[in-house]
Ligand binder design. Structure first.
Ligand code: SF4
Length: 339
């Protein structure tokens, strides 16, 4: 059922026509596709910048990293979820994953291939946050992408951080962002933008707002000029061509086998609803930050079954917001597993 090579190339052509800044080949393990280098070369030919998130398995070798660079890969993204082999390998469930990840970073640097590190913070590694941040800071990368767990698929509800712990993660990465030689972005933590603005306003008032750290490592992909969200500047396409607003939100809009990607993105009721901030409920609907934030629809859906419900892990109370009495009841958690 996987998209064929021709379907993959057709999809890349559609992405080129939409002027998409970056196309990420994720997994499973994209290195297992026999036509991987052909697809990357095709993307380079039609002007699509590709990032790849391989699994840290024995398939990820120095030769493969150099071949990826040669084929035209724009960035390699690897996962790092612990500060040591013991904690990372336990998190990933695979012995040797930590060493392979550090090797891949080193090979990519040798090949001149920009590197992104993806870290998922959850109950399982939050205690090690400072050590992980220190390790990331010591590595030659261009981007640290900090994921905050969505309890769907293998992400369990009891691993979800609470709203105060989200703020602790935000404070740590904000501190690091002032000195790091790489950029930091969050995934499924849209309210980091609210945190960032609040800090910048406070620092501007105090006259201590500093610019970005000098000497950042650049890459050719650049950064999103506006806040993204599930279905808003972001599309997830499964290996069989089903189109989702995010890899963490198991609601499909249509298949690229039946409709163009452009039409699905622009016109599907699901995507249009997710981009319409007037549909946001609870405190997110009343929040002055909703245009740049809006919370995580994936997390709201995982916990309530409603992608427009308020972000369950944000501590901010919008100005003048009075919670309706009906919402003061403890929520019934609706956790979707195996999506
Ligand atoms: S209340 Fe909602 S929209 Fe406002 S900052 Fe929190 S998550 Fe974002």
């Amino acid at each position: 059922m996987e998209l064929t090579t021709d379907e993959g190339k057709g999809l890349i052509d559609q992405i080129a026509a939409m002027n998409v800044p970056v196309f990420v080949l994720a997994g499973g393990d994209p290195i297992k596709r026999q036509d991987l280098f052909e697809l990357i070369a095709h993307a380079r030919k039609v002007g699509v910048r590709i990032s790849l998130t391989p699994s840290a398995t024995p398939l990820l070798t120095r030769v493969i990293v150099f071949r990826l660079k040669e084929a035209g890969l724009a960035r390699l993204a690897v996962s790092l979820d612990g500060a040591s082999a013991a904690t990372h390998d336990r998190f990933r469930g695979m012995a040797g994953s930590f060493a392979r990840t550090l090797n891949a970073i080193s090979w990519a640097n040798e090949a001149g291939l920009p590197v992104q590190i993806n870290t998922t913070f959850s109950r399982r590694n939050i205690a090690e946050m400072d050590e992980i941040a220190a390790l990331v800071e010591s590595l030659p990368i261009t981007l640290w992408s900090v994921f905050l767990l969505v309890p769907t698929g293998r992400g369990k509800l009891d691993h979800l951080l609470n709203a105060d712990e989200f703020e602790q993660v935000f404070a740590r990465i904000y501190r690091l962002s002032k000195t790091a030689k790489f950029d930091i972005k969050t995934t499924e933590a849209q309210h980091y933008r609210r945190y960032l603005l609040q800090q910048q306003v406070a620092e501007r008032k105090a006259g201590v707002l500093a610019g970005p750290a000098p000497g950042k490592m650049a890459d050719t992909i650049g950064r999103a000029p506006r806040g993204l969200n599930d279905g808003k500047g972001f599309i997830f396409i499964s290996h069989t061509g089903e189109v989702f607003p995010s890899g963490f939100l198991p609601l499909t809009a249509a298949s690229i086998r039946r409709q163009s990607l452009r039409d699905i993105y622009r016109e599907s009721p699901l995507f249009m609803r997710l981009r319409d901030t007037s549909m946001l409920e609870g405190k997110c609907g009343a929040c002055e930050f909703k245009e740049i934030c809006g919370g995580s629809p994936a997390r709201a859906y995982a916990l309530t079954g409603n992608a427009c419900a308020e972000e369950p892990c944000c501590s901010y109370i919008p100005r003048g917001y009075a919670r309706p009495a009906a919402l003061n009841r403890p929520a019934t958690l609706h956790v979707l597993q195996g999506a």
